[in-house]
Design a protein around this ligand. Structure first.
Ligand SMILES: *Cc1c(COP(=O)(O)O)cnc(C)c1O
Length: 432
């Protein structure tokens, strides 16, 4: 297993990566608890939960056991015309942990597909209700909903991929991103653009789609729950369906089981993914109300989506184990502790030159830089300090596994502060 990185460089493509001028890369040979072991024997403390997913850390015995047991039963059967215990049990669990209005579960292979499914559900709902002209989505700028075409169409048109694929993706209706940050008061004019967009486009709008309270990959912004509540109310008054994308925020990450609970609002359609399987398998789900499900099927046909690996039994079995493990533990105190440690650990970054903002919500810690860093140098400096943290644009952020010890959290936060001090704050301003 030597020379992993050199062999990788020959043939493999990485996320958002150039094969012409590749970014630094490390080979992983083992992952256990909060630790990633590299090819050269070094251990890194994980600050990313493998993109929000590995909330219980790596190789948790409960999750591994669920996978082994299902492998020894059967790994997969098609879901058309067949069903199985892992899918039914997981659907029952998801309906039980989400608001009671959500009664129906559609399994998808990834978050992006769950968003495609949500958008198609909304469009097919309006066809079923005799309004095929309601076929556009309303959303806020600064959002991220995935990388497939329908998901891209509701991502931020500037920080997302609209620029490159403008002619390819559907045209949706955008309003400015939510102004008030989490904890800031909502002001009178904050939703004027929403009101104007609804007045102008209401007859062609099917639904509004947003990430509740936390905008993830679109900028790692935490916005006011009051804004969310008002947005939902205005959209409902205009007859729109409401779609929440909780793929990043679901299962405790923001300190509540779902981020929508900060605002006490309930959607018609909900997407979950990422942490759903505790970071072991790819699985997502789109939940909807009975009204949406019946509207979708009102023209007599079925819902027009059905992935080959829909409701994969391995993924469903481990997802049920992961969600149950979360519920059985004291996740609210874990998240409260993560929030305290991240706040304290990242606070020294506030006074560093080149740092624009430091913010924490639940198990999410963000250091926003004033300008784009030398990403490769910053990444190398983080690894040199023993932490796996992956900067993205001007954001150096962490969402550690919930099982992280105080010492793990200290390693991650001091690596962030130290690496920013070394590679950003020490640079001349012109470099930013
Ligand atoms: C990651 C993410 C997605 C896309 O999920 P994939 O599994 O990467 O396709 C969609 N919405 C949000 C909010 C996400 O964070």
């Amino acid at each position: 297993m030597t020379g992993l990185v050199a062999r990788d460089r020959e043939h493999v493509w990485h996320p958002y990566a150039s094969v012409v001028s590749p970014a630094p890369l490390w080979g992983v040979v083992d992952a256990h608890g909060t630790r990633l072991t590299l090819e050269d024997g070094r251990e890194l403390v994980d600050g990313m939960s493998s993109w929000w997913a590995a909330i219980h850390g790596y190789r948790h015995p409960v999750l591994d056991r669920a996978l082994h047991e299902q492998v020894d039963t059967f790994s997969h059967v098609m879901f058309g015309g067949l069903t199985h215990e892992p899918a039914v049990a997981l659907a029952e669990l998801l309906v039980a942990v989400t608001p009671q209005e959500l009664t129906r579960v559609f399994f998808a292979d990834s978050g992006s597909v769950a968003v495609e499914v949500a958008v198609k559900m909304c469009l097919q709902y309006w066809q079923g209700r005799g309004r095929p002209d309601r076929n556009r989505m309303l959303t806020v700028r600064g959002g991220y909903h995935g990388d497939t075409a329908g998901a891209m169409s509701v991502c931020d048109p500037v920080t997302g991929m609209h620029g490159l694929f403008r002619e390819y993706v559907a045209e949706q209706v955008f309003v400015e991103r939510p102004r008030p940050a989490y904890g800031e008061p909502l002001l009178d004019g904050d939703l004027d653009q929403v009101r104007a967009a609804l007045a102008e486009h209401r007859d062609r709008l099917a639904a509004v789609i947003v990430e509740p309270v936390v905008q993830g990959a679109g900028g790692m912004r935490f916005y006011s729950p009051d804004y969310l509540r008002e947005l939902v109310q205005l959209c409902r008054e205009a007859g729109l369906l409401v779609v929440f994308d909780e793929i990043a925020t679901g299962f405790g990450r923001t300190g509540t089981l779902f981020a929508m609970e900060h605002a006490g609002v309930v959607p018609d359609v909900l997407c979950v993914g990422k942490a759903l399987t505790g970071g072991t398998m790819t699985l997502a789900a789109t939940l909807c109300t009975t009204e949406v499900a019946e509207g979708v099927c009102a023209t007599g046909g079925g819902f027009m989506h059905g992935p080959t690996f829909m409701a994969n039994p391995l993924a469903c079995a481990v997802a049920a184990a992961s969600v149950q493990l979360l519920l059985d533990g004291d996740w609210p105190s874990d998240l409260a502790r993560l929030e305290r440690r991240l706040l304290a650990g990242l606070a020294p970054a506030r006074t560093l030159p080149g740092v624009a903002d430091v913010r924490v919500l639940g198990g999410i810690g963000v250091v926003e830089l004033a300008g784009p860093p030398d990403a490769a140098r910053l990444q190398e400096a983080l690894v040199a300090r023993g932490a796996w943290v992956r900067p993205f644009g001007r954001l150096v952020y962490t969402m550690p596994p919930y099982i992280s010890s105080d010492e793990d959290l200290r390693t991650v936060t001091s690596a962030i502060v130290g690496a920013v001090a070394e590679t950003v704050a020490a640079q001349p301003a012109a470099a930013g």
